[in-house]
Ligand binder design. Structure first.
Ligand code: URA
Length: 271
C-alpha cells in the first residue's frame, strides 16, 4: 500500500515536471551541449565529404572530356576513303567544321574525275552553295571561258581535254568571308586525299587561299605563272577568276598562264 502511494507521488511529480517543459532526465555529470553540437557538426561534415569523394562513389575524380583533334580525325577519315564518292561522304560526316551548319550544300567537286588537270579553288560562294557545284557563279563562268580558250572543259570525255574542279573548303563561309587558318588546316587532309584519288598530272591553284593552303605561300601577284610542286605534282598558281572580274587588266597575265598550262599538258616546254 505504502509502495502504491509512493508510486503515485513519484508519477505525479514527474508529470508535474513534464508539464513544466522538462524533456530529459538530468545526469550526475553536467553536459556541455555547445561542445556536443560542435562535435556533431564536425562528424556530419566529414561524413558528407566522404560521400562526395569520388573514391567513395567508385568513380574517377573528374573524367576529362576526350581532347578534340580535328586534324587527326580529318586525316583518319580521309585516309579511310577509297574513292572520291567515299571521300565526299566522309566530309559530309566530318563533325569539326562549323561552316557546315551555316551552309546549304556540301560543294565537293565538278568535272571529269579522269581529267589530267585538277583545279583547286578557294571556297563556294552563294551560287555554288545553292547548286552544290564549284565555280558556277560569275567567276565560274569566266573560268569556263578561260579553259575553253585552251581547249579544256569540265564535261569533256577525253581525259586530256577534261578538267576536274574542287575547292579548299567544301562549305560556304558566312558572307563569303576568308577561310580561317584552322578551317583550312582541318580540311586540308581531305583536299590532299582528293588529289591522291583523282591522280591528275597537274594542278592549278586558283588565288591566294589555294596557294596558302597548298604551298604555304601567299602573294599571288608575285607567284602566279611560275610552276612549282605540291603533293609531288606540278602546280601552277594563277589569279582567281573573281580577281580577274575586279581587275580586268590582269587578264593579260592570266592568258600567259593559260598558254603555259596548255604547253605543260601537251608535254611541251611552257613558254
Ligand atoms: N570561288 C571559288 O574559289 N570557288 C568556287 O567554287 C566559287 C568561287
Amino acid at each position: 500500500m505504502v509502495q502504491e502511494l509512493a508510486y503515485h507521488d513519484i508519477y505525479a511529480a514527474l508529470d508535474f515536471q513534464v508539464s513544466m517543459g522538462a524533456d530529459e532526465a538530468t545526469l550526475a555529470a553536467p553536459v556541455d551541449r555547445f561542445a556536443l553540437s560542435k562535435a556533431l557538426m564536425e562528424e556530419a561534415r566529414e561524413k558528407a565529404e566522404a560521400e562526395r569523394s569520388p573514391a567513395a562513389r567508385g568513380t574517377p575524380a573528374v573524367v576529362p572530356p576526350p581532347k578534340a583533334d580535328p586534324i587527326g580525325d580529318a586525316r583518319a577519315m580521309a585516309k579511310a576513303a577509297a574513292t572520291p564518292e567515299a571521300l565526299a561522304q566522309s566530309l559530309a560526316g566530318f563533325p569539326h567544321c562549323e561552316l557546315k551548319q551555316g551552309a546549304r550544300s556540301l560543294v565537293f567537286s565538278d568535272g571529269n574525275p579522269k581529267a589530267r588537270l585538277m583545279i583547286i579553288g578557294e571556297a563556294p560562294g552563294r551560287d555554288e552553295d545553292i547548286q552544290g557545284r564549284p565555280f558556277v557563279g560569275r567567276a565560274g563562268q569566266l573560268l569556263d571561258r578561260m579553259l575553253a580558250a585552251i581547249g579544256l572543259a569540265r564535261d569533256a570525255e577525253d581525259a586530256a581535254d577534261a578538267v576536274y574542279i574542287t575547292n579548299i573548303l567544301p562549305w560556304r563561309p558566312p558572307q563569303n568571308r576568308d577561310p580561317r587558318p584552322e578551317e583550312i588546316a582541318m580540311l586540308k587532309p581531305f583536299v590532299e586525299r582528293h588529289v591522291e584519288l583523282i591522280g591528275p598530272d597537274a594542278l592549278v591553284l586558283m588565288g591566294n587561299i589555294s596557294c596558302q593552303a597548298m604551298l604555304g605561300r601567299r602573294g599571288i601577284t608575285r607567284i602566279r605563272g611560275t610552276w612549282t610542286e605540291t603533293l609531288g605534282r606540278p602546280a601552277l598558281p594563277m589569279f582567281h577568276p573573281a580577281y580577274l572580274l575586279r581587275n580586268p587588266g590582269a587578264k593579260r597575265e592570266a592568258w600567259a598562264d593559260l598558254l603555259s598550262l596548255k604547253a605543260r599538258l601537251r608535254g611541251e616546254t611552257p613558254p
